[in-house]
Design a protein around this ligand. Sequence first.
Ligand code: KIV
Length: 310
Amino acid sequence: MSARPDTGPAASDGRPKTTVLTLQEQRRKGEPISMLTAYDYPTAQAADESGIDVLLVGDSLAMVVLGHANTLSVTMEEMLHHARAVSRGARRALLVGDLPFMSYQADVAEAVRNAGRYLKDGGMDAVKLEGGRAYADTVRAIVRAGMPVQGHIGLTPQSVNLLGGFRVQGRTAAAARALLDDALALEDAGCFSIVLESVPYRVAAYITERLAIPTIGIGAGAGTSGQVLVVHDIAGLYDRLAPKFTKRYANLGAALREAITAYRDDVTARRFPAREHAYAIPEEEWAAFVATAGAPAALSSREATAGPRG
Ligand code: KIV
């Protein structure tokens, strides 16, 4: 059974559930598509209520949530765990589950099965995978099984070792041509959309023009059909990498440290908990309890001042 039994109802603002057809329509009308990563329930809820069109449970969670140096080590089980949390928080956004490293590369049948797990057990609406022409058959097989696939080309972080680092792709004529051929092959295989990561803006805009499906850029300039960023980057919650293409909209990392320090200071100074944070016992129950249990030698002054009010 799906982990998301209430898929389908309109969100509280009355807007209907976003589907792959909605994105096609946005592309046709020239309306920019907003996409953001999410890895947990509260973030999904906030992003959904903010009107984000597509939520991606990205394998970037390996880095920004789990603290790994790259995305290679995150497992399908870990991704599903977070996908289920996101699916409980979002009602309107199209939900995309990122197929992690080695969940689809070795075997097409395994790719179809893992994509199926995202839709069946993870509450996702679609899946994303990295790679171009080499994965056209994999995309075709997943789509044939009834599941929408988003492609991802350019900088594909699962190939970081092959690429020699997190580097811009498509900077030579030959590399740009290879990206175009990848994009056309993925479209032909049935992708509903393609993420273009760290690609020169003119190349990204050109590929967007050549495709009928929407492109979503990250570090690919303003000429794509939409944009995606990692939520920890825009919120200031991750500072190990600061790619040129991202934009920080808040410093929640600093706010969190401030709140935690204030809490720690309150505890050590005995300012927390105050009376309003404590539960009372009715006076007669307290008296009966003390009568049966035996009164302590003296209630400490701390208990007298910070104890519960009746
Ligand atoms: O995992 C991720 O966050 C991604 C986006 C950067 C597109 O794949």
